[in-house]
Design a protein around this ligand. Structure first.
Ligand code: 8GT
Length: 128
């Protein structure tokens, strides 16, 4: 099965971190994730994450650091999730696809019901 490359961003708003909840009509309904999406043909990872964040959240970010990608096999598809840490720069946060968001302290993130692919990424991030 082909592996779909997907970027996601752990966005810092000061000392809080943004997590978003998938809507009931999306794949993996109501799971929490870091905003992002599929890399388009010919697109760089950085261009992808900046584009997805603006499309989904209406904000601009500064990308800081690439963390370790995680490959995950869901029942119907397989993704390589490529995480970046980032800082909020500008814009008014608006949810264009997700059902809700939370600005959480780092230690609160673990309590959310995460998409499975995010768990190793969250673990690495929490250890930093
Ligand atoms: N953006 C994002 N996607 C994730 C994360 N974790 C995770 O498993 N995914 C999965 O990776 C895929 C990313 O695709 P996407 O968000 O661009 O598109 P989608 O599936 O909502 O749209 P589609 O219905 O057009 O395929 C989704 O299947 C999503 O469930 C994450 O932290 N961020």
């Amino acid at each position: 099965m082909k592996i779909i490359p997907v970027t996601c961003a752990i966005i810092h708003f000061g000392d809080k971190i943004l997590a978003v909840q998938r809507s009931e009509t999306m794949k993996l309904p109501l799971k929490w994730e870091f905003a992002g999406g599929k890399i388009e043909s010919g697109e760089s990872e950085i261009a992808c994450i900046k584009r997805e964040i603006f499309e989904e959240l209406n904000i601009h970010i500064e990308v800081k650091k690439r963390l370790t990608p995680a490959t995950h096999q869901y029942p119907n598809f397989k993704i390589e999730l490529i995480p970046f840490t980032a800082e909020f720069v500008s814009g008014e946060l608006k949810l264009r696809e997700h059902s809700s968001f939370i600005l959480a302290k780092k230690e609160e993130l673990i309590n959310l019901d995460w998409a499975e692919a995010d768990l190793p990424i969250l673990k690495e991030y929490l250890a930093t």
